[in-house]
Design a protein around this ligand. Structure first.
Ligand code: HMG
Length: 389
């Protein structure tokens, strides 16, 4: 049985903060961002955009292409949770009018949760091939103003339809895992912004990758030379270079610069201008690879490294299906990114760091240009609306 990603589409917000504007505001050399961490822009969510509206924008184009009543489960991964009890998937289920004969669940472990949901979906389809599962990973990466993480914010959501006989990616059985109880990045319930020990977090990321890789090799018998392209979790795009160099050194591979680029570069195009989207980041990187690779990827094997601070990591692989290009939503991805509006630093502060939604009642001004928006909070309940385009 072949199981994997049948369709994939991502969304981001309508606004961005350029790292050039950011560097000027902070009096920092721009090269630190464009070269040192490899970022140019960060997508910024206005107050009436949250993980639910991002998720709806990501999923809607997939639902337009299938019979939406066939969806049997929504597995929603996020670390920007909006309710301690009701799952984010339930809000999304209502907004997208999904069938009642369906289960919804929320998955959490930092940026790893998207992979947990994706792998769970493959197991559900293996148990019952009739299942058609909507996996969502959606996050808004937010750090304190003037903290080390502020330059690595961003937001986005990815929707993946997981089925039998997938048209885009077959997910191969066998994964390598690594878990360790560490405090490299965390967000206690009372905080809207994450706390991070930045340099330590990059060390833990790389260390956990080496362990997950060892376990992957033991479990699958596959090695570096069996993999054509690599997608790593991308908190900032330079992390891909660090991760790939670390893996190459570990396995003792000898590869030239051109091969290095072919194995990793196409996966960074979007993340460089979207920023970190936590649980969605790895899969926006995968979309980036599919949309921007110059050569056809048919039959190529991808290695995926998923990392969630705290920390849980997984290395797994998948094979690109024949004719996959026919099913990509490249135009939609590029259109969203290219039509974003630039913000000044003051506008960014007003959007990202000034509105408190932890209140009983609030009406939100219309700034979200997408098809779905958060309209208000009434009696502590989030109210969403579908906008006519
Ligand atoms: P920082 O202190 O702002 O920057 O922290 P830095 O001084 O370390 O500089 C960054 C790089 O730019 C360095 O290169 C500098 O040399 C270089 P490196 O040593 O890394 O090779 N640099 C320059 N290059 C060219 N021209 C210049 C220049 N100046 C400096 N003029 C840090 C950077 C990433 C730590 C910070 O942004 C941060 O804390 N980010 C948030 C944490 C993070 O993203 N961690 C990544 C791993 S953990 C992870 O991925 C999980 C996560 O997604 C969350 C989750 O799982 O839920 C975060």
């Amino acid at each position: 049985m072949t199981i994997g990603i049948d369709l994939i589409h991502f969304s981001t917000s309508d606004y961005f903060l350029g790292l050039d504007t950011f560097a000027k505001e902070k009096s920092v050399d721009l090269d630190k961002y464009t070269i040192g961490i490899g970022q140019e822009k960060m997508s910024i969510a206005p107050p009436d955009e949250d993980i639910i509206t991002l998720a709806a924008k990501a999923a809607a184009p997939i639902l337009e292409q299938i019979e939406k009543n066939d969806i049997t489960a929504v597995l929603f991964a996020t670390e920007s949770g909006i309710d301690q009890s009701k799952s984010a998937g339930a809000f999304l289920h209502g907004l997208l009018q999904l069938p009642n004969r369906c289960r919804v669940m929320e998955f959490k472990h930092a940026c790893y949760a998207g992979t947990a949901a994706l792998q769970m979906a493959t197991k559900m389809v293996a148990a019952n091939p009739k299942e058609k599962i909507l996996v969502i990973a959606a996050d808004i990466a937010k750090y304190d103003v003037d903290s080390s993480g502020e330059a690595t914010q961003g937001c986005g959501a990815v929707a993946m339809l997981v089925t039998d006989n997938p048209r885009i990616l077959k997910i191969e059985p066998g994964s390598g895992y690594y878990t360790e109880d560490v405090n490299d990045f965390w967000r206690p319930n009372h905080r809207e912004t994450a706390l991070v020990d930045g340099k330590y977090s990059t060390k833990v990321y790389l260390n956990s990758m080496k362990h997950a890789w060892d376990n992957f090799v033991e479990e699958t018998g596959r090695g570096f030379d069996d993999i054509d392209a690599f997608c790593y979790h991308i908190p900032f795009s330079r992390m891909t270079e660090k991760a790939h160099k670390t893996l190459i050194k570990k396995v003792g591979a000898k590869i030239d610069d051109e091969t290095f680029k072919r194995q990793t570069d196409a996966g960074q195009v979007y993340n460089r201008i979207v920023g970190n989207s936590y649980s969605a980041s790895l899969y926006i990187g995968f979309c980036s690879f599919l949309d921007n690779a110059e050569e056809s990827l048919e039959g190529k094997r991808f290695g995926f490294f998923s990392y969630g601070s705290g920390c849980v990591a997984e290395f797994f692989s998948g094979a690109i299906q024949s004719n996959y290009r026919q099913y990509l939503m490249t135009d939609s991805h590029k259109k969203q990114i290219n039509s974003r509006q630039a913000l000044s630093y003051q506008q960014y502060l007003a959007f990202y760091h000034s509105v408190n939604l932890s209140v009983e009642n609030i009406k939100l001004p219309l700034t979200n240009k997408g098809s779905y928006r958060l309209k208000a909070v009434e009696n502590h309940i989030r109210i969403y609306e579908r906008q006519q385009s």
